[in-house]
Structures are given as structure tokens and as C-alpha cells.
Design a protein around this ligand. Structure first.
Ligand code: PFF
Length: 450
């Protein structure tokens, strides 16, 4: 069944949509991944390349996804089917649903870690370290414990299911209305705290002063991948959110605000983490454990460390949850629209299946750390397949579809519905037709010929 908007619900307000789409974009990608990748790739110079990728490649694709979603009012598979009937283009949408499945399977695991660290901060057990090494060992022991990991993973997934089951404006919109402004406020307060630590300015310099010798082709590729992941692009998440938009929404300004919020949060998180890391005499290139092992050590050294830690991990949970919700919604919308399932059945069934698929990812850091295929664990494979292959490929195909198949003229008339004038249409069309496909193709070439 390919229903039109009937019964799918619409966003109640313009701000509701922008906050929900920002909630999808802002997540572990900003708070957990962005700082550690920045730390590993040279600081300020990486930030500049990342910003270029966001505005030159990410922004035009986001506008394309919103436009496809609002035009068709459908899930990614239905959208491509409607605009290119009888072709294989719906495979792009299908790939997106698959990516949502896979990303949420491991995202839920890290979301669970976040939940656990809120509890551990409240009880004080994660805020008593004398060195980052000690905090790292505590984290290592925690993620190796199968029962605890699986329990928190389950709780995180249940939270996602609970919100998505209520539908677009009952659940997602209401949650984001409250969560997003709180997130900004908490980050701002944490930034003030971090900046007033002794020695913080060294971290600010590392973060903001570009050293251009650090920019290599590899660094550019990493920045591009991070831009896709962080903006939730390439798997139809933004297409799905756009499908709940009323006709008179201005897609251009919505795109601008979502990109701005996502980028602002990432940059703010950096302004919390780097000053703190340098003030503590720690290593910015610590890697994926940065948030979970270095920060608790930082909190241990702070006055009111427990409270700061609780606040920080609540913030990370909020960010992870609003992204997890959007990942689940992509999968659920497909089953509602294309298979005619009731929302409740789709959410419960998919939530359960994604949780089960994610369990081996959760165990990848402990009892199943030796279960490897081609030298990589379950967790590594889920992340690698989805983030490094499905998202960039999906983004590239979306750009090619809008640029050449559906056509930038058709997209322009959808964008300009209800007296919106798209003054930058020529620039956007050029980016979508040439820059995006070529840039992403270069990423793949670099991967395959490395
Ligand atoms: N953008 C999210 C983050 O930065 O954590 C992750 C994500 C959510 C990726 C939704 C893709 C997606 F469709």
C-alpha cells in the first residue's frame, strides 16, 4: 500500500520540524565522534575542512532530501518509486532503510553506554579517578560486561521505541521541542566551565588555530564522511522527516537552520572538550574512548565533578536519543507506507529486531571480541558497512537522481511552492550535479586504491 499523507501526521509547527530534524542530525556523531576525530586529525585544520564539506556538499544534499520527502510525502523507497516508477531507483531508498537498520543496531549500543554513565555518575562510581588511564580501565571493564551492556542497550532501544510509537507529532516533535533547547543550554554552561579551567587556552588554540600542513587527502576524506554521518544524510532520514512537512514550509531556510544548529553543537562540544583535555594535560588524539574515559577523569578533578558528569551524560543521551528516533522512524515509515503495517506493530517489531541484531555488536568489546570476520568485530562491520559505504553511496545516488533523473527544474518548482524564491538555485544545481557526485566518487576511489 502506498498511502499519501493520510494518517501519517504532519509537524505541528515550523519550529517543531526544524528542531526534530536538528535532533536527528545532532547525536553521538557530534558529541562523541567529532571531538575524537578532530583530536586525531590535527585540530583546527580538520575543523576547517569539515566545515567546507558541510556547506559545499552536505547542505545541498539536505535540501534535496527535504524536497524529495515533501514532494512525495513518502518513505525513501516509496519516494523513488513514485518519481521513477518501474526503475531500479527504489533500491536507493531500500539501501537507506537497510542503513537505518544497521546504524541503529550499533548506535543503540553506544546509546546504552551513555545511559549507563548517567547512572554511574549519579552513584559516583565513574567519577573518582586519579588518572585518565584509570578511567580508561574502568570503561574497558564496563564494556566487557555482557549482562550490563545488554541491559542498558535494551533500555536505550526501549526509549526510542516509546517515542516513535507515539508517531510524528505525538512523540518525536514533542520530545525534540523540549530536548533541543535544553541541550544548547547545557552545552553552553559546560563550555563556560571548561574555558575557566587553568590552561584551557592551549586547548582553544589547538582547536581553532589551523595548521595547514595537517591537511592531507586522508584528512579530507575523513571530514567528508563525518559530514554525512553528522547531518544524517545519505539514507533518507531527512527525506522521511521532510515527508511530514506541510506544503507551505520554506525548505531553504529549514535546511539552513538544521545545518547551522548541527554545526554549532559540534563546534560547541569541541569548545568543551579541548580546553578541558589540555587543561588536564591529556592527549587530544585519545580516540573513540575520549568521551567515556578521558572526560570522567576530567570530571574527577573538578569541583562538583559528579554533577557535571551527570549533566554531560544526560546531554549525550539526549543527543543519541533524538538521532536514534530518526533512525527507527526511517525503518518504521517504510513498513507503514509500503507494507501497510499499523504504526504500533511496525515500531515494536522493528525495535525488537534491531535490538537483537545489535546484541552481537554490544558483545564485541567483551566476550565476543574474538569473533571476527576479516579481522573486524560485529560492531566494526555494522559501523563500517553503514557509515563508510551505504551513506556516501546513498548521498551520491540522491544527488545524481535529483540532478539528472528527477531534474533540478522539478526540484526547483517544489522548493518554490508558495512564493518562496530560490535565489541560489544555479549554485545549488551546480553543486548537486557536479561537485557532490565527483567528491563522493573520489572518496570511494581513495578507499579502494589505498
Ligand atoms: N547524525 C547522527 C549523529 O551525528 O549522531 C547519526 C545519524 C542519525 C546518522 C540518523 C544517520 C541518520 F540517518
Amino acid at each position: 500500500m502506498t498511502s499519501k499523507n493520510n494518517g501519517r501526521g504532519l509537524w505541528a509547527s515550523r519550529m517543531g520540524f526544524i528542531l526534530a530534524a536538528s535532533g536527528s542530525a545532532i547525536g553521538l556523531g557530534n558529541v562523541w565522534k567529532f571531538p575524537y576525530i578532530t583530536g586525531q586529525n590535527g585540530g583546527g585544520a580538520f575543523v576547517l575542512v569539515y566545515l567546507a564539506c558541510i556547506f559545499v556538499i552536505g547542505m545541498p544534499i539536505m535540501l534535496s532530501e527535504f524536497t524529495l520527502g515533501r514532494k512525495t510525502q513518502l518513505n525513501p523507497v516509496g519516494a523513488f518509486k513514485q518519481l521513477a516508477p518501474g526503475s531500479l531507483w527504489n533500491l536507493v531508498g531500500f539501501m537507506g532503510v537497510l542503513a537505518g537498520f544497521l546504524i541503529l543496531s550499533f548506535y543503540g549500543v553506544v546509546g546504552g553506554w551513555t545511559l549507563a554513565y548517567i547512572v554511574k555518575s549519579i552513584t559516583g562510581s565513574s567519577v573518582h579517578f586519579s588518572s585518565p588511564k584509570e578511567a580508561g580501565e574502568f570503561f574497558g571493564a564496563f564494556i566487557a560486561n555482557p549482562g550490563e551492556i545488554t541491559l542498558y542497550h535494551f533500555l536505550f532501544m526501549s526509549l526510542c521505541v516509546g517515542v516513535v510509537i507515539k508517531g510524528v507529532h505525538g512523540g518525536i516533535e514533542k520530545a525534540c521541542d523540549i530536548l533541543m533547547p535544553t541541550l544548547l543550554l547545557i552545552l553552553f554552561l559546560l563550555m563556560l566551565r571548561a574555558l575557566t579551567l587553568d590552561g584551557a587556552m592551549e586547548g582553544v588554540a589547538f582547536y581553532l588555530k589551523p595548521d595547514f600542513s595537517k591537511i592531507t587527502p586522508e584528512v579530507i576524506l575523513i571530514a567528508l564522511g563525518q559530514a554525512f554521518f553528522s547531518l544524517s544524510l545519505g539514507m533518507g532520514a531527512m527525506l522521511t522527516y521532510g515527508s511530514y512537512l506541510p506544503e507551505d514550509e520554506n525548505l531553504i531556510s529549514a535546511t539552513f537552520y538544521v545545518v547551522l544548529f548541527d554545526t554549532m553543537i559540534a563546534l560547541l562540544v569541541g569548545m568543551v572538550i579541548f580546553p578541558a583535555v589540555f587543561a588536564m594535560g591529556m592527549e587530544p588524539a585519545e580516540g573513540p574512548s575520549l568521551v567515556f574515559s578521558v572526560l570522567p577523569a576530567v570530571f574527577s578533578e573538578m569541583p562538583m565533578g559528579n554533577a557535571v558528569s551527570v549533566v554531560f551524560f544526560i546531554l549525550l543521551l539526549i543527543a543519541a536519543l533524538t538521532s536514534g528516533i530518526s533512525l527507527l522512524e526511517v525503518v518504521v515509515a517504510y513498513f507503514i507506507d509500503e507494507k501497510g503495517w499499523p504504526r504500533k506493530k511496525a515500531v515494536l517489531a522493528m525495535g525488537a529486531i534491531i535490538f537483537v541484531i545489535g546484541v552481537p555488536s554490544g558483545l564485541s568489546f567483551g566476550i565476543w571480541s574474538d569473533v571476527k570476520l576479516f579481522g573486524m568485530t560485529f560492531f566494526d562491520h555494522a559501523d563500517n558497512i553503514a557509515s563508510n559505504y551505504l551513506l556516501p553511496l546513498g548521498g551520491m545516488m540522491t544527488a545524481i537522481f535529483v540532478g539528472y533523473i528527477w531534474g533540478t527544474d522539478s526540484a526547483q518548482s517544489e522548493i518554490e511552492r508558495h512564493k518562496t524564491r530560490f535565489h541560489w538555485v544555479k549554485v545549488w544545481a551546480f553543486l548537486i550535479r557536479y561537485v557532490t557526485p565527483i567528491a563522493v566518487a573520489l572518496v570511494f576511489l581513495a578507499k579502494f586504491f589505498k
